[in-house]
Design a protein around this ligand. Structure first.
Ligand code: HEC
Length: 185
């Protein structure tokens, strides 16, 4: 049978069906798949720098999630006791991925995206509002190795480690020493 002989009634529903499904697929990919796909399809090895637009997508998504929480103020004062407590938490829970004080870069390999170095000599998150860092540590970053710590650390502990990172460029000597101790598991 020639295509021109196909009854119109058979063709139209099929075409409509296809069109609807194309749209579905595109929508699903655009909203849920893209940020994920860049990482797993376009980025093949861990030494590849993120594409600029990819950083923008991920960064914008994180910024949107943090939202007003960035304005949250720490209920704890920035004093040596809280910074020391933050340093202990950091060495136990974070240094394995984010590196130690005075290391040039984080030693963790095999993650994409790589964990950023959060202590000097880099600037880490010292320029970010402490409320934003608190949010990230509490909730984690989707599609990355940065897990949510809300089950593992108390709110007080999350504020302490967030204060540590916010003030990482001006830590008292005792706190710096605590960040240089060999890691104890
Ligand atoms: C298993 C590895 C791993 C551990 C453990 C880990 N992180 Fe992360 N972290 C990451 C990765 C990977 C990123 C980058 C995620 C991204 O850019 O999408 C990240 C990102 C961050 C950021 C955002 C940095 C920025 O430039 O905005 C902060 C803050 C942070 N981590 C704090 C912590 C703290 C505090 C701890 C310990 C309580 C911790 N992380 C433990 C892997 C880890």
């Amino acid at each position: 049978m020639d295509a021109t002989e196909t009854p119109v009634s058979n063709v139209v529903p099929t075409r409509e069906h296809e069109t609807v499904c194309d749209a579905c697929g595109t929508t699903v990919v655009a909203f849920y798949g893209l940020p994920h796909m860049w990482r797993f399809i376009l980025i093949e090895d861990n030494d590849t720098k993120p594409l600029p637009f990819e950083e923008t997508i991920a960064g914008a998504a994180i910024t949107a999630s943090i939202g007003k929480s960035a304005d949250d103020q720490s209920p704890l004062p920035v004093d040596e006791a809280n910074l020391l407590a933050g340093a202990k938490i950091y060495m136990q829970a974070c240094a394995g991925c984010h590196g130690r004080l005075d290391q040039a870069s984080s030693s963790a390999k095999g993650f994409y995206p790589l964990p950023p170095h959060l202590l000097p000599p880099g600037t880490g998150v010292t320029d970010d509002p402490v409320g934003a860092t608190y949010w990230v540590v509490k909730n984690g970053i989707r599609f990355s190795a940065m897990r949510a710590f809300n089950q593992k650390l108390s709110d007080t502990e999350i504020w302490q480690v967030s204060l540590l990172l916010r003030n990482a460029d001006k830590l008292p000597n005792a706190v710096q020493d605590a960040l240089r101790q060999p890691q104890q598991e």
